[in-house]
Design a protein around this ligand. Structure first.
Ligand SMILES: Cc1cc2nc3c(=O)[nH]c(=O)nc-3n(C[C@H](O)[C@H](O)[C@H](O)COP(=O)(O)OP(=O)(O)OC[C@H]3O[C@@H](n4cnc5c(N)ncnc54)[C@H](O)[C@@H]3O)c2cc1C
Length: 393
């Protein structure tokens, strides 16, 4: 049996994978990654998979990611952790001991208890969601071709995901039917879209979206039924497809175990400057950590990298400074091969913005997989072939 330090990472998203890659092939630590799926899913391209692009851009198999490393991968789901005995319990029934543990469990969709929303809306949190949405869009496009009235799609939630998915639907309809017989509305509760980004950024995005989709701000969604979206202080709106992108929250496991984890009002775990919980050797990173900028791939990657350097320093009995987050780069797609991006302090739009968005995507993927693997999957983002085959779904 190896006498190396045993580090377990639960969750194979950006945070967990960045830590695993930087801890790989060392003679002082064994790394085991546990995740229920066999593939990493890149959420930044889900809207494209939903609109006919190759799903191969969105998924990278873990066997490709860990090729050439000594990182062990186990397909399983963690059901509980015992921070005193230092072991985790898996759905398979197995119990595994650890010396240190990183929980990188990500986030979940949040419906805020809005009646009917979970039941009657589509969402976009996994490739399975994206492919289900794509199938519904294809069916709707085909039906609408035979009708006189255009199809109606409502996207609820004016954050980056809502914007990118809303902005890509019209072209998908055109690809399927040769016609853009769809009206797309983006509904946002706040008084402007992209509330988390600067006003200038949001204004430029709104300008790019003008004439493509209808933006309705200050509309609070209160209920959904099979065909109607009910809004506070306004008439209900009819839809053929409703897409919910307005809420996400930290993995609910942490709220369920509030006896172990201290959580904030969003259910995110409070960690110290070393991203450690109140328990020895137990770290929480990525979207589930109550850390500045968490909720972005950029922050998840930085936290994963920090865990690796912190652990290495500890193993070498060296001091390690606390985690210091840096400002993420933003690029929000606004249609076919156009985006608004922030380059330093400069706003860049159109095709130039899109090039930056593609660069950001490649850079992020290259930090969790080898350059060759990242590039091969990223290139599938140029792949139009499946747009046409999607029409035959
Ligand atoms: C549609 C969409 C678009 C986005 N676009 C962008 C973008 O353009 N730019 C950007 O910066 N950010 C974007 N984000 C946010 C970004 O994807 C997340 O911030 C990032 O993925 C968080 O990484 P993570 O490692 O914390 O979690 P995740 O990537 O969510 O990974 C968590 C992993 O943990 C696994 N897991 C969960 N529970 C368990 C358990 N109990 N046992 C074992 N495994 C478990 C999950 O299956 C998952 O694989 C987007 C998000 C969405 C939903």
């Amino acid at each position: 049996m190896s006498n190396k330090h045993k580090h377990i990472i639960v969750g194979g998203g950006f945070a967990g994978l960045r830590a695993a890659r930087l801890l790989a092939n060392r003679n002082d630590v064994d790394v085991l990654v546990i995740n229920p799926q066999l593939n990493f899913e890149y959420h930044g391209s889900l809207y494209r998979s939903a609109n006919g692009y190759s799903p191969l851009e969105t998924v990278i198999p873990y066997r490709e990611i860990f090729k050439g490393t000594d990182v062990l991968y186990q397909q399983d789901f963690m059901v509980d952790v015992d921070p005193v005995k230092k072991h985790i319990k898996l759905l398979s029934g197995q119990e595994l001991g650890y010396d240190s543990l990183t929980l990188a469990l990500g986030y979940e969709p949040e419906y805020f208890g809005i009646p009917g929303m979970r039941e009657f809306s589509k969402t976009l949190y996994s490739l399975a969601d994206a492919l289900e949405l794509r199938k519904s869009l294809v069916q709707l496009a085909k039906q609408s071709f035979l009708k006189s009235a255009p199809a109606r799609v409502i996207v609820a939630g004016g954050g980056p995901t809502g914007v990118e998915v809303a902005a890509s639907i019209t072209r998908f309809f055109e690809m399927i039917t040769g016609d853009s017989r769809v009206e797309v509305s983006l509904i946002e509760a706040q008084n402007r879209i992209l509330g988390g980004l600067s006003e200038d950024f949001a204004y430029q995005v709104e300008r790019s979206l003008a004439n493509q989709i209808e933006i309705q701000c200050g509309k609070k969604v209160i209920r959904a039924t099979k065909e109607l979206l009910h809004i506070a202080d306004g008439p209900a709106q009819a839809f053929d497809i409703l897409i919910w992108t307005a809420g996400s929250s930290a993995n609910s496991y942490f709220r369920q175990r509030s006896d172990i984890f201290e959580v904030d009002h969003k259910g995110r775990v409070l960690v110290n400057k070393y991203l450690q919980t109140n328990h020895d050797g137990l770290y929480v990173v990525g979207d589930s950590a109550a850390v500045m900028y968490s909720g972005t791939a950029h922050a998840a990657i930085e936290m994963g990298a920090y865990i690796a350097s912190h652990l290495i320093a500890k193993l070498q009995s060296q001091n390690c400074a606390g985690f210091l987050p840096s400002q993420p780069e933003y690029a929000v797609p606004t249609g076919h091969e156009t985006a608004v991006a922030m380059q330093g302090t400069k706003l860049v739009g159109g095709q130039e913005g899109w090039q930056l968005r593609r660069e950001f995507d490649l850079r992020a993927l290259s930090l969790i997989a080898s350059k060759e693997v990242a590039h091969a999957h990223w290139l599938r983002g140029e792949d139009f072939a499946t747009i046409f085959s999607a029409a035959n779904l």
